[in-house]
Write a protein that binds this ligand. Structure first.
Ligand code: PLP
Length: 367
């Protein structure tokens, strides 16, 4: 299979990876207890800490992001967990809490917006929680939650905040230290634009100190172990070395762009996609819309609601015939939306091309 040129693959994860990043994975194996590995790991730290906006070490997990969601739950100090649900991935976080045997309470449930702060505060007043779970950027809907305000509120009730920022981090601002996030995680294959297979997470010192009192942390996802090893520039177990080579290169690429410019590029791509949706509505005369509210939308993915009778699957197929990949709807929005992932290393030019192809596919179906 020969690779299509960069700028054709717009799934909201995995997203497209630059050839030079893929190329980095062809380097030889190394012992993971040795100086050359430690040097590579230190390079990765240098690249990722500014992306997380933290002075804390960044844990590297050889798992997909869900592994670190489970780590967050297993390592939260003992006590009930409050789960904010407003989409498919926050539902998953709640399910993980339940399946790890935690006393988990779900609040929210509506997918069209973030869970309101007063709803969260009522829950925090009614019962004492060790931690809450939240998805920063809901990839199923494109809804963005203000995790800075949420964390301020939760900390007034001594509740730790566990953040899934899988399609947030590296695409929209995340200020791990300034916002005092207790634990924040992402996966390699979303806005970081790396191949799938790695999870990255940052825990506060307090979170790790408290984690020692969590009894069933298990072994593979024990963040206390990650903390011990990360200071030696190592991982607890054999890491996915080839992916680490890619991560080192990508960290340097992001540093060159600067994280601020990366955020701006994502904002511009998101705004452009929104205007495209509104133009499409005018031109085709049908009820296309952006699913997420304007004041709470992420910059990395747009879920587009379709007029009744128009099939998301048929649009995705029509776009594929034109050489591009976009996403269908997810979870309960499967039939009624399409999703365009404009994250990672995508450019405005690439985005314009995929949107043109999508408009053509739609016009063919409705025309
Ligand atoms: C993709 C995604 C996940 C799951 O990531 P995996 O890498 O598949 O485990 C979790 N949360 C959000 C918000 C996601 O977009």
């Amino acid at each position: 299979m020969t690779a299509a040129p960069f700028g054709t693959f717009f799934l909201p994860g995995p997203t497209e990876v630059r050839p030079e990043v893929l190329q980095a994975m062809l380097q030889p194996m190394l012992p993971h207890r040795g100086a050359a590995f430690e040097e590579l790991f230190a390079r990765i730290q240098q690249g990722l800490r500014p992306v997380f906006r933290t002075t804390r070490p960044v844990y590297v997990s050889s798992s997909s992001a869900t592994g670190l969601m489970e780590a967050a739950i297993r390592c939260a100090r003992p006590g009930p967990i409050l789960c904010l649900v407003n989409g498919a991935f926050s539902e998953r976080f709640a399910h993980i809490a339940q399946s790890c045997g935690r006393d988990a309470t779900v609040v929210g449930g509506e997918w069209s917006r973030p869970v309101a702060l007063d709803v969260v505060e009522d829950a925090l007043k009614a019962k004492s929680y060790a931690a809450l779970t939240v998805v920063h950027s809901e990839t199923s809907t494109g809804v963005l939650t203000d995790i800075a305000a949420l964390t301020q509120l939760a900390h007034r009730y001594d509740c730790a905040v566990l953040v899934d920022s899988v399609t947030g981090l590296a695409g929209v601002p995340v200020e791990t230290d300034a916002w005092e996030l207790d634990f924040v995680l992402t996966g390699s294959q979303k806005a970081l634009a790396l191949p799938p297979g790695l999870g990255f997470g940052v825990a506060s010192e307090r979170f790790i100190a408290d984690a020692k009192s969590a009894e069933s942390r298990g072994l593979y996802f024990d963040l206390v172990e990650f903390e011990q090893y990360v200071h030696k520039n190592q991982t607890p177990n054999t890491p996915a070395l080839s992916l680490l080579y890619a991560t080192a290169v990508q960290g340097e690429r992001i540093a060159k762009e600067t994280i601020e410019r990366r955020w701006e590029r994502h904002t511009a791509m998101s705004e452009h996609t929104h205007s495209w949706v509104h133009e499409l509505r005018q031109r085709v005369g049908a009820a296309f819309d952006v699913y997420a509210p304007l004041d709470a939308c992420t910059s990395t993915v747009t879920a587009v609601t379709l007029p009744p009778g128009l099939s998301g699957d048929a649009i995705v197929k029509g776009v594929a015939q034109r050489g591009f990949v976009i996403g269908g709807g997810y979870g309960k929005l499967k039939g009624s939306t399409i999703r365009i992932g404009h994250m990672g290393d995508h450019t405005m030019e690439g985005l314009e091309a995929v949107l043109e192809a999508t408009a053509e596919a739609i016009e063919e179906l409705v025309g």
